[in-house]
Design a protein around this ligand. Sequence first.
Ligand SMILES: Cc1ncc(COP(=O)(O)O)c(C=O)c1O
Length: 361
Amino acid sequence: MSTLSPLAAAFRKTSYIVGGHGRKNIQILKDALDGIDGKLENDMYGNGESIESFQAEMAAYLGKEKAVFFPSGTMAQQIALRIWCDEKGIRKVAYHPLSHLEIHEEDGLKELHHIETVLLGEKNHLIRLSEILELREEIACLLIELPQREIGGELPPFEELVAISEHCRAKGIKLHLDGARLYEVLPYYQKSAAELCALFDSVYISFYKGIGGVAGAILAGDEAFTVKSKVWKRRHGGDLISLYPYYLSASYYFKQREPKMGKYYEEAVELASLYNRCHLVTTLPRVPVTNMFHVHIAMPKEKLEPILVGLYAETDVGLIHYLRESSEGVCSFEVSIGDAFAQIPKDKLKLTFERLAAMLK
Ligand SMILES: Cc1ncc(COP(=O)(O)O)c(C=O)c1O
């Protein structure tokens, strides 16, 4: 028996979907491995030509001395913060109250590493430079997430990042970048990854969000930092005997999709404006600054869900498969643009939003 919600079931039946790169299934891995010579030697416990060449490529892309492949960002970032705390002899770090480490990692940083956290700023806005300047507590590291996912993917101006970086360097505070969506921010800043990462001491990037790979992460920094990160990776059980399904697919989709980030960003701006034309609908940010944004619809879930189910059946276009009730009578969801958006015929998209606008009136 299906356990799908009526909305998820209706979404699954549509021929076109608005977000992501298409339906998620194991074809993602099959496609990535298709063109690879079966005689290619696998990696062993983090060593081997194929993993090392991918790491070197990513280090060059990020403008860092070295890069290490990890099975997950959760593992990589806890390790990065641990290394900086050990180096500074201070068991305290600061980050946004809605940081992934704070709300999605079951307190791994606190439970495994006994690191205290300072939550900087408010939940509903980006960390401000003034809040960093006013911080009186001694911290080893400040983590900045670009874009700030839980508030719709907002970004500070580049000049503010430069000022944060200069302040941290002057104070001896290590600056770490949660760059789970790093490629996605580059078109807005009009900077290369290396130019942006030069502001940070350590950087994590992901391969299954905008890139759409299977899983996996890179942690990059100077040589001494990455040597320590490999020791911690072993301690965390992150040295799977082989990680090739992850880094080979990461490499395959990175090459395909990193160059398309500017296009995804423009399409996100186009889609957000279609949403904003509908009564009761607002996007956060109103004009996206990356390929992602959040949609808020001022209608209770029990009223909105049947409207969307009807819309999908009528138009064959699926907008979203879930609704979160973010506050009393308001639903929200996240949109991330990838390859799927360009597959929707323009007249179909136009019709879908005309119908949505009419249904929400
Ligand atoms: C901003 C951010 N940081 C870190 C992570 C952790 O990545 P992983 O799922 O690879 O552990 C995520 C995952 O969603 C994320 O969105």
